[in-house]
Design a protein around this ligand. Structure first.
Ligand SMILES: Nc1ncnc2c1ncn2[C@@H]1O[C@H](COP(=O)(O)OP(=O)(O)O)[C@@H](O)[C@H]1O
Ligand SMILES: [Mg+2]
Length: 336
């Protein structure tokens, strides 16, 4: 990742949102966090030489120190990084050739659309298992342009792909805080310089901002509503999971701010595939794969016209959400 440019362009607040760990750098370096809408350079230029003397800093070094810091902190993520994922078509349910081949890069958000039973989940499953012509679809998945050998497939299994599914079950009776600490711990947080509290808090705050109804760190995960648990899983996926590929099978009607969730995942430089019947999610993606009779029928890039039609769809969506809320709480619906 080009941290040099990111630090130049992003405000401190944006940096702290994208890389919660950068907050620790700013605090350790005593950088005042009063004007976080400014870039680091802008904030440094408001500080006089005396300030730099007092805190033993060099005006010209802070930027590079932050670059090094972020590079170190994200190094373990980079270890798992992949450059591309290629899907090579096989056969649809009628035995006809799919004639499809496309390549996805980190940051791509792809929706998968098609009628129920058409094969959306199957496509996600092919990617999850890194199919090599050995699934019912006969598809091949390449990683960085190469077929995946059995050894690699086994070694990568689980690490490459994180899956968010319709039926999420928490088996253990943990609080949200404990759940996140457990995950942060397995990431290596709390050992060495990666502070546990920073990662856990950032993840919790984000989960809560995605959830329709708010919850506290002390809430038991088994008591979360469907929407809350999905919000938690999405934030967990973005902050704790090192998997470069995220598969999401139908998260609609889930009480989650879906657009925010997808934006979050895309900004974490992951390849996101999301099967959906929701027009807003489908158009919010950069590309969409249309599935028909078990085969990849078309791969479309979302057009500027489609993007601009989202405003109107969002208005209608908000109206429906409002009506749903009113009906649920026993209110009457005024005539429109
Ligand atoms: N190309 C294919 N060849 C054979 N079976 C397929 C193919 N694509 C999908 N299927 C099967 O069709 C069924 C429905 O697919 P599924 O992915 O669950 O649909 P969806 O998620 O769109 O509702 C599944 O049993 C799946 O394994
Ligand atoms: Mg399905």
């Amino acid at each position: 990742m080009d941290f040099d440019r990111l630090i130049e362009k992003r405000s401190i607040a944006q940096l702290m949102e994208e890389f919660p760990i950068s907050g620790d750098f700013f605090r350790n370096a005593n950088i005042p966090l009063t004007d976080t809408h400014k870039t680091l350079q802008e904030v440094l230029s408001t500080l006089d030489d005396e300030w730099f003397y007092e805190f033993g800093q060099n005006r010209f070094e802070v930027h590079n120190q932050l670059v090094d810091f972020l590079q170190d902190m994200t190094a373990s993520e980079n270890a798992q990084a992949i450059k591309s994922l290629t899907v090579i078509g096989g056969k649809n349910k009628r035995g006809e050739d799919e004639n499809a081949r496309f390549t996805l890069m980190p940051g791509d958000v792809v929706s998968v659309v098609g009628p129920t039973g058409s094969g959306k989940s199957r496509l996600l499953a092919d990617i999850e298992c890194l199919a090599q012509g050995d699934t019912p679809t006969r598809r091949h998945i390449l990683v960085d342009g190469q077929p995946v050998t059995d050894d690699v497939r086994f070694a990568l299994g689980g690490k490459l792909v994180a899956q968010l599914s319709q039926n999420m079950n928490f088996v253990m009776d943990l609080t949200v805080q404990e759940f996140l600490e457990m995950h942060a711990g397995s990431l290596g947080a709390g050992q060495g310089p990666l502070p546990m509290a920073g990662v856990v808090n950032a993840c919790f705050e984000k989960a809560n901002s995605l959830a329709g109804e708010k919850f506290t760190p002390g809430t038991k995960v088994t008591m979360l509503s469907g929407g809350q648990s999905r919000a938690l899983m999405i934030a967990d996926c973005a902050y704790m999971s090192q998997s470069p590929i995220v598969l999401i099978d139908e998260i609609e009607n889930a009480g989650v701010d879906r657009r925010k969730a997808i934006d979050l995942l895309a900004r974490r430089e992951k390849i996101v595939l999301i099967s959906t019947h929701d027009p807003l999610l489908a158009l919010g993606a950069t590309h969409r794969i249309v599935i028909k009779h078990g085969g990849i029928y078309r791969v479309l890039t979302t057009s500027p016209e489609e993007k601009s039609s989202m405003k109107e769809l969002e208005r209608v969506d908000a109206m429906l959400a409002d009506a749903r809320r009113k009906l649920r709480s026993g209110e009457r619906i005024a005539s429109l």
